[in-house]
Ligand binder design. Sequence first.
Ligand code: NI
Length: 189
Amino acid sequence: MAILKIARMGHPVLRRKAEPVADPAAPQVHALIRNMIETMRDANGAGLAAPQVHVPLRVVVFHVPEEGADDKDNAAAQPLTVLINPELEPLTEETELGWEGCLSVPGLVGAVPRFTRIRYAGIAPDGSRIAREAEGFHARVVQHEFDHLDGILYPQRMTDLSLLMFQEELRHGIPEAMRGVEQTEVEAV
Ligand code: NI
């Protein structure tokens, strides 16, 4: 296993659309997944998409830790999940603002509007199909990771760039616009 180098905002691999995995059972794909999990854990992230480790394939890994799951979530904490060639569908037009960080945008956090309820599906490493509905932080993480597969970073989703800031500066207080948001921890994904 290996810890992989994480691409940062501005690298072209983060702007391109990733390709579907032709053979999810291929040993190279399983090696990539193991290395992505190791890299995500090493970087203390909650999620990682293959383009973030310079591999333009449609593979994401994520988990929702207990502290990331809020009380409103029906599906709170989620175990480590690997999705190959995933699909996503919003189940509502309703969006909410929440803080996001990204391992490819180190040090910064931003308030990003995301759909509050989604359905997603994909192929697991054992070849089985995963299909879930998600709300809250779980839905947010999944939308963030899927965006990586389409060459989109979270600042491109932001509607108020005054809420893009260095995480350390949150010590001066939560900006007015975010005071009603319960989520306080910002996990990089
Ligand atoms: Ni990210």
